[in-house]
Write a new protein. Structure first.
Length: 760
């Protein structure tokens, strides 16, 4: 079997690498060469065995972290050390500089894991769930914390590192038994496909609150432990410092982090500069928390929250950082945690009973607390039961707590092993119990509608945008384009970069106050959108005298944008676009939105009425245009009309091509799809069908008869030096008295978000 061969190769590599490292260690024990060889061997073994066992765990429905912990146990004194103690001690020494090298990677791994955990923390979800998640988390922490603290108070002195500091050890135990690991919970819920279920969202939100409260408790506990005693001044400093740090981070810090990420992405030309900036932010915030007397893990966790809320490039940042962390730092850290676990301590029956008692107290305390919290939060009996099962996973959080507690001398090796064993057992028990509970939880009608809406948004056009690039002049058409861009951006509070071209009057670009006026215009449009919230800054660029608009667009396009909106004075002449539009569009490979304002929109670009007509054909690009039209209609609280043009028999080029003409059922399906999109956004959509009329003629006639003022057309960008969207679009461009917004597909093949990658 392939899997068996892979495992055999891994075992062979393990033996060969171990023997070579041991052989290299003996003759040159004082040389730097041996240290480097052993260090590389340590990393390779932890990665290889951790990957193999992590893969095995995932194949049986368990998280990979369990396999990585078991890998450390196999490589530690319990298995490898028992079979070949000299080799195990040579490769994984307990003390000295050799141990410090791999420990440094593990300590950095803690910060990286907390950074990733923070990035996965969705504060909007916490605010949305509110009462239920808060009550579940508070009760789920309080009950097991009290139980764990009580266990610590009754432990015999020989199990304590410092009997005179029993309270600190009790705090560690209470914390380790009470906190769910949001990373493990999120992984398991996601793998079980329950992430977007109501109960899944509440589990994740409660785990987020768990982790947030937990890391604050941990940071304060570590601060107290570093002082050796609990003093009122030390406690006040830790609590007040933590509160001030959180308050500043979640207000001013959020904007600072976003500004730094955006500035780095837009100004550096080297590879992956944003990742470097994120790591610098993480390190700086970790040092700040250290200076105020709490542990660095809190700074890394909060840094992850702020990075995860960055309005731009979040998908790419997440993918790149996740790969680095999961491929390197997670296997090394959890493997080292397993290395510190010596199962031989369970030869003492009293420790076996202690481990069983800790597992029972942790499980029953968490289950009971979460169940009570769910009932207090207004959940049903079955929902509370599922939540209680889901909150019982500990995993990474407890391992981090135990590792730091051991390194600070607040836990003995025996207590450390007991906590790690508890984390492994509770995490492995969570998936089957949660599956059992969720199988008995029916899907409600409201929940089904929400899931359908979220599925639509996940594959939507506007709903997946993160950043807009706008190229306009100071003409009426440019101001109208600003208005439409603001309405689109306001749907998701997207940051926007505005390039002011010269336009009809070259002096406009140099007039004082024009940048501020442009910024206010686009922000005014965005604020009209329901739920726009806090708008990210609008960055205004005025090209230098020697630079053209297309050069500015070409420079900005490399920084990661999802849509280019173009609005200049002379958009087209007849059926062709003007050269400046062609030159600007040629610099952007992603989707375009070209605005050609006419009639009342040129007389009053800001306040003239918008009545949207969207021709639809059932193609992807027409659906994207429909979504843009729906977003605009929602922003102005107005209905929208979808027009499907169905060619009749007289307009067919070839009588034999009957399949090219949509049947009545297909027409109804196309219109129904558009109506469903509008319904999900709370917009009234009217529908119309025109037959036996050329498409362009049908669009123009319907727009005139129904007094629509804006035609939003989805078009495909055709090959060629000049911008061309096809014969129908060209006819509408040449003959329409109504304003037009062309929404085009990317110029090159690839994803819809063609230019969004940036330089992360």
């Amino acid at each position: 079997m392939p899997w068996a061969r892979l495992a055999g190769c891994g075992a062979g590599a393990l033996v060969i690498a171990t023997s070579q490292a041991w052989a290299a260690q003996e003759p040159t024990s004082t040389g730097s060469g041996a240290s480097e060889v052993v260090f590389i061997t340590q990393v390779v073994l932890l990665l290889l065995v951790g990957r193999l066992l992590g893969e095995a765990m995932q194949r049986i429905g368990q998280p990979a972290v369990i396999g990585q912990l078991i890998a450390g146990v196999l490589l530690g004194p319990s298995i490898f050390g028992a079979l070949w103690p000299d080799a195990q001690h040579a490769v994984f020494p307990l003390k000295g500089e050799q141990r410090s090298m791999i420990d440094a990677v593990g300590q950095l791994g803690i910060l990286m894991l907390l950074l990733l955990t923070g990035m996965e923390t969705d504060l909007r979800l916490v605010r949305k769930i509110g009462r239920a998640a808060a009550s579940i988390s508070v009760a789920g922490i309080a009950v097991p914390f009290v139980c764990g603290f009580t266990v610590g108070e009754f432990l015999p002195d020989y199990l304590l590192p410092n009997p005179d500091q029993r309270v600190i050890t009790s705090l560690f135990l209470g914390t380790a038994l009470s906190i769910s690991s949001v990373k493990i919970v999120a992984i398991i819920v996601r793998e079980m496909d329950f992430m977007r279920r109501n109960v899944g969202q509440i589990i994740i939100a409660a785990a987020v609150i768990d982790d947030s409260i937990g890391w604050i408790i941990i940071a304060i506990t570590f601060g107290l432990a570093s002082q050796g005693t609990i003093e009122a001044t030390t406690l006040a400093r830790s609590v007040l410092g933590t509160a001030l740090f959180l308050a500043l981070s979640l207000t001013i810090g959020r904007r600072i982090v976003f500004t730094l990420i955006r500035w780095t992405n837009d100004n550096f030309v080297s590879e992956v500069p944003v990742i470097t900036m994120i790591l610098v932010i993480m390190g700086a915030m970790a040092l700040i928390t250290h200076l105020i007397g709490v542990h660095t893990v809190l700074g890394a966790f909060v840094a992850g929250i702020l990075v995860g809320e960055s309005p731009i490039l979040t998908r790419h940042i997440d993918a790149q950082l996740r790969g680095l962390i999961t491929a390197l730092f997670a296997p090394v850290f959890f493997g080292l945690a397993g290395l510190g676990t010596d199962l031989s301590v369970f030869k003492d029956p009293s420790l076996v009973w202690l481990m069983l008692a800790v597992i029972a107290i942790a499980s029953l305390g968490k289950f009971g607390g979460a169940f009570i919290g769910g009932r207090l939060g207004g959940l049903s009996l079955r929902e509370s039961l599922a939540l209680a099962c889901g909150m019982n996973a500990r995993g990474s959080t407890e391992v981090v707590v135990a590792t730091i507690g051991l390194s600070m001398g607040m836990l003995t090796q025996n207590l450390y092993t007991v906590i790690v064993a508890m984390a492994v057992v509770t995490t492995m028990a969570m998936p089957p119990t949660l599956r059992w509970a969720l199988a008995r939880l029916p899907l409600r009608a409201e929940e089904k509608r929400r899931l359908e809406r979220e599925e639509f948004e996940a594959r939507g056009f506007v709903s997946n945008m993160e950043r807009l690039l706008i190229a306009v002049d100071e003409s009426p058409n440019g101001r109208f384009a600003l208005r439409l861009a603001g309405l689109i951006a306001g749907s998701r509070a997207m940051p926007m970069t505005l390039i002011r071209t010269q336009g009809a009057d070259p002096r406009d670009a140099e007039r004082p106050g024009k940048a501020a006026e442009s910024k206010q215009a686009v922000e005014a449009g965005a604020r009209k959108t329901p739920g726009a919230g806090d708008l990210a800054n609008v960055h205004v660029i005025a090209p230098a005298a020697e630079s053209s608009a297309e050069e500015s667009v070409a420079s900005e396009a490399t920084k990661g944008y999802d849509l280019l909106v173009i609005g200049i004075a002379d958009t087209a002449e007849g059926a062709e676009f003007h050269d400046e539009v062609n030159r600007i569009a040629a610099q952007f490979e992603g989707p375009l939105a070209i605005v050609d304002g006419r009639g009342p929109h040129l007389e009053d670009p800001v306040k003239s009425p918008l009545h949207v007509l969207v021709p639809i054909t059932g193609t992807q690009v027409s659906r994207e245009a429909a979504e843009v039209g729906i977003v605009i209609a929602r922003a102005i609280d107005a209905p929208i009309t979808a027009l499907h043009v169905a060619a009749g028999r007289s307009s067919r080029i070839a009588r034999g091509l009957r399949s090219a003409v949509p049947s009545r059922g297909q027409q109804e399906a196309i219109l129904r799809d558009a109506v469903e999109m509008a319904d999900r956004c709370g917009v009234e959509m009217r529908t119309a069908v025109r037959t036996d009329v050329a498409p362009a003629q049908a669009i123009l006639r319907h727009a005139g008869a129904s007094r629509h003022t804006l035609i939003v057309m989805g078009v495909n960008r055709r090959p060629g030096k000049k911008l061309f969207f096809g014969d129908v679009a060209a006819a509408v461009l040449a003959r329409s008295p109504r304003s037009i917004l062309f929404v085009s597909s990317p110029a090159a093949t690839g994803t819809t978000q063609g230019a969004a990658a940036g330089k992360t």
